[in-house]
Design a protein. Sequence first.
Lengths: 499, 411
Amino acid sequence: MTPTEFEALVAQAAVARRPIPPGLLPRLAQIVGREHVLTGRADLLVYARDSWPIAALRVLHGKSLPMASAVVLPGDTAQVAAVMKVLYQVEVPIIPFGGGSGVLGGTLPLGGGVIVDMKRLDQVLEINDRGLTVTAQAGILGVDLETALNRAGFTLGHFPQSIDVATLGGFIATRSAGQFSTKYGNIEDILLAIEAVLPNGEVIRTKRTARASTGPDIKSLFIGSEGTLGLLTEATLRIHPRPERRATQAYEVETFLDGLEIIRLVMRTGLRPAVIRLYDPIESAHSFRERVTQGKSLLLFISEGRSRLVDLELETIGEVLTSFPHRELGPEPGRHWLENRNVVSGLPEFMSQGLVVDTLEVAATWDLVPGLYLAMTERMAAVKGVVSVSAHSSHSYTQGTNLYLTFLTLGPDDPTAEALYQQVWTAAMEACLGAGGTICHHHGIGLQRVKFMPAEHGPALDILRRLRKALDPKGLMNPGKLFSQEAAPGPQSTPREVD
Amino acid sequence: MPNKAAKRFDLATQVRICALCPNMCRFLCPVATVEKAETITPRGKATLTLAAESGDIPFTAGTAAVFYRCAQCKICREWCPSGVDLPEATASLRRRAAREGVSPKAVRTLAARLVGERSFYRPAAELAETDRYRSLLDKRAKVLYFAGCATAALHPEIIEATLRLFEAGGVKVDMLRPEECCGLPLDVLGYVDEASEFAGGLAQAVAGGGYETIVTGCPMCAQVMKEGYPALGVTLGVEVKHVTEFLDGLGQEAGLVGLRGRRVPAGPGPGREGASLAGRRPPTDLAVTYHDPCYLGRYQGVYEAPRRLLAEVAGLEVVEMERGRELAACCGGAPAIDATVPATATAMASRRVAQAGRTGAGTLVTACPRCLEMLRAAAEASVGAGSGDRGLFVRDITEVLAERLGVWRER
């Protein structure tokens, strides 16, 4: 049987795989304590996966995944530094691990090594009321950070769907976006300062400040670095007083493209509702059932903040709508969404029945968005075996928006499931690049998108490659992820405008 | 978003769904929250279950040990929109571990001791508390009060408080002598045959007594008698109620005096008279917070009865914790956790006490002797550790009720 794309990657990584040096485990145990070094087969098997569908499918079908040699759980920055120093010295790959909610294989120990699980670093260190900042350790779960802030009367405003699963360090390392990002910004807008441990064990801290003109922004190098440049141990982030009021308003619009145009105009007025979500007819019917007419699209706004501003914002949005055929659906669909926004049970339920479902998210500027939508849905739907492709937009900007695509393939038997999955992904990414979109809005690259990185960045990718080489000359940090150190950059994509 | 999703999938499919999910309930798992390792999370256990079933991993003691690091608290089941009952799948792997002799040593030791001594704590024969309360018992009673071995061994004062409440409510009760373990610990540790034997023993002891109702202050005893015994093929033939359900119902049934309408003494709150905790004066305000025991809340759905008793009978103000009722975290008293990873159990209790402390109430009330034990120890430790925390006064609901009604006083 031909090995799958994943199996080929694993085989390639296995060539360089070496047994861990004798004496390493006792040294690690000395640093973090014996109970925090896991080497049992049960532990290693569980850490061999994240939430990437390929990994999940292999678990389901009893197919092997490459395993690390050990998992360590350090308890503070000093322990992280000491662990990194030892591992780097003896040249063992280091794979950072947060909540394991990544959907692209970003934590898979392809060629073995040691996984560093950061979740024992789970403390909120300071909530600064006057400065409106919070400082917390990187292994804290998003939900625990938000709960602690809520208790003190604040919010981070960062609500990725993985908030109950993912860690703060994971938010930063994957360059994440939250559901309320239109108002509060994405992680790069929220993050003010970091503490990180470099591959050689050196600890760096960047300054907590409102803004600085002190050369290129060092912390930004780590946003989206996916564990390839070092390990985040602490972060300082902007916080907000909890909003006085939250209000929702939904509309039914004629078409998805109409909806996109409405969002563009709303953003152009300078409004910043916390949430703008637009669903195509398939997803409108799936997520909102009888609330929306079959074949129509649902457009949802959530506004929050000072009560008078909330009223004004929703009223102004209503004015934009007047130029388009629409039906007002009131606040209920928004409440329904708020209540169910983190329910993802459909995916595992479908997959447990032998179907393959996945989502992927891309983005583009407004001039390219309609063409991007048409090109991607068309190309993905054309792949034989795909039964459904749907889309929504969930993060909007003055300059553009993201598209979040969901595909479902029916009844592939086990050997072809991975191949079909890759075919859909390739069709999606190629269509995206061809239409001038960016291949990823907020999930990151992991393993799944690595092969598309040269086309995404063109020759500029070499800058990232050189940076990685400078900080991690031995190439030990999360090997095989984000981009390939070896591959030559491919041709840069040319945006194609669609009227 | 507590979710009572209907059971839509068989257990094997449920495990697959759990393994395919991004671990959306992990933040609620009280064991994973303390231990941090992925292995302990619901998805970790589901992944391992599939691997053990496919033979990808041998079912050794190392593998089996993971399945004992589950409190069986069912908070994951409560949260899961797909209705996945991973604790049920975990329980079946414990039965396999027990069968194949690969359960952890601490579990085997505990199971052997239970079988030998007929009680979780001290030999059942030593726990003849009935002797002390003979004057409060009535051999002709239709109600059997089953104290449970945790209460008898660790908190015998609860027995007297409870009996005084029955007396105040006009309820005649009897107790078994000796009273043996209900069998739940054996059942949850995977020793089904032994648990069945205990269940059968109790059924035999109850039979012929002419009882109509068994009332117990231990939610674990109540749970295993209500649902565990039928699953083990044992019929008790009497109604089983937790003491809070029973007392809450009093007065609503003909012929019983009931506790409502009795005059609650005015003045300070629980523990006002002389009682002390580690030498401290108990709080005197009327605000209390209530910890829902897993086996009473999520298993039996009893959430309102204890709250009504505290508010309406004892005249107290119940201040809710951030996560209570369906989402109340386990106190760490689950037999498997306490036996195999005691430090985790202690940390779980400390976290729950910290949550209770944030309500501002000075007293934490619960309705389970295991919870009482764990939470009280954690509250005392937090004071001892000089954390600045003034420490919570942890009480059983029967003590609080009896004291407020003036029918019993802690000695």
